[in-house]
Design a binder for this molecule. Structure first.
Ligand SMILES: [Fe+2]
Ligand SMILES: [Fe+2]
Length: 251
């Protein structure tokens, strides 16, 4: 029996999202990060429509570096809203193992490129007294620590249940190949967007579908035997791509 996944990422500001346009007939609405503030509203829409859809989601960098998220919050939203996710989370249903983690990227700890990120500006408001150098080191260290913890989580959990189809949901991009056709490819900042495939080899070979976000450009391609999908709701100018709401696949 196949299941339908409505896949979207990067909803960002809920005020301009049209929540009527998601595919509430899908079995799962998969939200691959940068969308935390939209999740309660989406839960509400599901309840109002008496939809059978269940939300699977993980947080993105936009969510993690918010004021209330610098200390990691781990919570599943469950019960009547049928929603699981946030940081690291695992759910098995319909013979599918969903594994969720933000999994951003790994960067040189002393690189000052982070100063070009909005996340860094947000982070800096927490620590205005830190010296410039210390602040850069602290930000990059935090970024990397989250990545290592997420990677360890995925590597550990992916073998836990035999004979299931594995779907990995991250916000970060699990291979530079997935941004090769991007208009930003070659940017020095790409180290904050993706990590190299070799780090993920043993995960890639064990999952059939890898859903991610972070780059605001659509992507649907195979890496070896793994289908990799990114379907951001917004483009690089943060304008909504109306066709993106209901993008649905069957697995
Ligand atoms: Fe985003
Ligand atoms: Fe992002």
């Amino acid at each position: 029996m196949s299941v339908k996944l409505n896949i979207v990422s990067d909803l960002h500001d809920p005020k301009t999202v049209d929540f009527s346009k998601f595919n509430y007939d899908a079995d799962y609405i998969v939200i691959a990060g940068d969308s935390d503030e939209c999740i309660p509203i989406l839960c509400n829409e599901i309840a109002l429509r008496k939809s059978k859809a269940k939300i699977m989601y993980t947080s993105g960098n936009h969510d993690l570096f918010k004021r209330d998220r610098l200390v990691e919050v781990k919570y599943p939203i469950s019960g009547s809203f049928k929603c699981v996710g946030c940081l690291r989370f695992m759910e098995k249903e319909n013979n599918i193992l969903f594994l969720m983690a933000p999994l951003l990227s790994l960067v040189p700890v002393d690189t000052k490129l982070c100063k070009k990120l909005g996340d860094y500006e947000e982070f800096r408001t927490f620590f205005p007294d830190l010296s410039d150098n210390t602040s850069v080191l602290k930000f990059n260290h935090l970024w990397n620590t989250k990545f290592v913890d997420d990677l360890t989580y995925l590597e550990t959990r992916i073998d836990e249940i035999p004979n299931v189809k594995v779907v990995v949901i991250t916000h970060g991009i699990p291979s530079f190949k997935l941004i090769e056709n991007s208009i930003v490819y070659g940017s020095q900042l790409n180290i904050y967007w993706a990590s190299d495939k070799c780090l993920f080899n043993n995960i890639f070979s064990k999952c059939s579908l890898w859903i991610h976000g972070h780059s605001h450009e659509f992507c649907d391609m195979m890496i070896d035997n793994t289908r990799c999908i990114r379907n951001p709701l917004r483009d690089y100018n943060m304008q909504i791509l109306p066709h993106a709401y209901s993008y649905t696949i069957e697995i």
